[in-house]
Design a protein around this ligand. Structure first.
Ligand SMILES: Nc1ncnc2c1ncn2[C@@H]1O[C@H](COP(=O)(O)OP(=O)(O)OP(=O)(O)O)[C@@H](O)[C@H]1O
Ligand SMILES: [Mg+2]
Length: 444
């Protein structure tokens, strides 16, 4: 079971006069001034937040901002100066040595940026090393180590030696070592930072996959905002020992708490973070239960609303097709009477899945004959993305995303009603299974 971690008014001062240093912080002196005046170093100042069970919680901040100090207090590798750390309801500051060892062995594992694998020990023994230190018998620890290696895709490498493994694989062994005790909490201090970008991305995916198969509470320190955005359920941003903002990646991008946070997110590759559904805009929609009706009415509607396209949906908001003023005129050209909308559907409109990262939209947008429809769960129509939307997104200053827009009710084309009233509220959501008549044509 994943466990919750509550961090309550936690302070850490390095030095023998913590009270003096904390008083000066309260008077508004900077960390640097306090260090110069007293020789005391503020590691963490009044951290107060909760890490929820089962989430990946990323801690970010510049070098020296207190990330490692904060995380090491969670398993008491560093003792807090004051405050409480409560793991699953238990105040860990109150644990005696024996219980603390048990906590580190069973509940909390730590993965570091670089840790030495023992060159003369096999990968399996390296993985089992922590368990061996904890006094677990050989059979049990080897079985657990083998399972952990399998979880990180190294099941076949147990008998190899570290120098036969690539850097990325060695880092996986580090992760396997942490997983071998099947901890409910994983603390990862820059665990992927030494890896090259491709392997790093692979490891991030690996972590997300592991999280799917078994949820742990993961506290992950990173310098890299793209990494934080990719894997973090929530992110804390630290500066000079203080936690400046805690929020989901979205919250932090949309409303950064101050300039420091803003300067952090400036460099973020927003196109990799945001999804098609984040930038989709509302469009003119026509609900047509029977798509064999309505070219003239649709043309009128498009012209009246000063749009170029309309998206034809069925009553369950599934996309049937896209029409434009031009395609409707072309379809109607030289034809008398009633003509179904499907005769005017534009070809080659490839809908976009809502979860597609904006970065992957350039190709589809380049060749799109119209703003592309974005489809969510059950292929429901969510809105559209135009080339202009893309340009605005790329050209933006932070925050990168327009505020969510109210959903416009679709217009229902229904031959039982005169099209001149098409946008009166009484029309909306009215559907009729009455046979098509050419009534609408009389109003054209
Ligand atoms: N053992 C220590 N003795 C004195 N000061 C310390 C000690 N450990 C950390 N500090 C100080 O506490 C502050 C926070 O350090 P910490 O290592 O937590 O930063 P960090 O955010 O992890 O930085 P980095 O990104 O470089 O790893 C720094 O000013 C550091 O100098
Ligand atoms: Mg650190």
């Amino acid at each position: 079971m994943a466990k919750q971690i509550r961090i309550e008014n936690v302070f850490k001062v390095f030095g023998d006069q913590p009270k003096q240093a904390l008083d000066l912080v309260r008077q508004g002196l900077s960390k640097q001034q306090i260090l110069e005046r007293t020789g005391q170093s503020i590691g963490v100042f009044d951290a107060d937040f909760t890490i929820e069970a089962g989430e990946i919680f990323v801690v970010m901040g510049l070098s020296g901002s207190g990330k490692s100090t904060l995380v090491r207090m969670l398993n008491r590798l560093i003792e807090p100066t004051s405050g409480r750390i409560v793991v699953d309801g238990q105040d860990i500051n109150g644990l005696n040595d024996k219980d603390l060892r048990a906590l580190r062995r069973k509940d909390i594992s730590m993965v570091f940026q670089s840790f030495a694998l023992m060159p003369h020990m096999s990968v399996l023994d390296n993985t089992a090393f922590g368990l061996e230190m904890a006094g677990v018998d050989k059979g049990t620890r080897q079985k657990a180590a083998q399972e952990a290696l399998e979880q990180v895709g190294l099941g076949a490498w147990g008998a190899s030696y570290p120098d036969e493994l690539s850097g990325g694989m060695q880092q996986r062994v580090g992760l396997a070592r942490a997983l071998a005790s099947d901890p409910s909490i994983l603390l990862m201090d820059e665990a992927f930072s030494a890896l090259d970008p491709i392997i790093r991305t692979e490891m991030q995916s690996e972590l997300l996959r592991l999280q799917e198969s078994k949820r742990r509470t993961i506290v992950f320190i990173s310098h890299d905002l793209d990494e934080a955005m990719r894997i973090g359920d929530r992110i804390a941003i630290m500066k000079d020992g203080q936690v400046i903002q805690v929020g989901t990646p979205d919250e932090i991008l949309r409303s950064p708490a101050n300039d420091y946070v803003r300067s952090f997110i400036k460099g973020v590759d927003a196109a990799a973070v945001f999804k098609a559904s984040d930038i989709a805009r509302q469009a003119l929609t026509i609900v047509s239960e029977h798509n064999d009706r309505g070219c003239r009415a649709a043309l009128r509607l498009i012209e009246d609303s000063d749009r170029d396209h309309a998206y034809v949906l069925n009553a369950r908001r599934r996309l049937l097709g896209v029409v434009s003023a031009q395609s409707l005129r072309d379809a109607l050209h030289g034809r008398e009477g009633m003509l179904g909308l499907q005769h005017a559907f534009i070809d080659n409109v490839v809908p976009i899945d809502a979860a597609t990262p904006v970065a992957d939209l350039f190709g589809p947008m380049a060749s799109a004959p119209c703003p592309l429809p974005v489809l969510g769960e059950d292929r429901k129509f969510l809105g559209v993305i135009s080339r202009t939307t893309m340009m605005r997104f790329l050209d933006r200053d932070t925050p990168p995303v327009p505020p969510p827009q109210p959903v416009q009710p679709p217009v229902t084309l229904n031959p039982m009603f005169p099209t001149g009233d098409a946008d009166t509220p009484a029309m909306l959501h009215e559907h009729s299974d009455a046979p098509a008549t050419d009534k609408e044509n009389k109003h054209e």
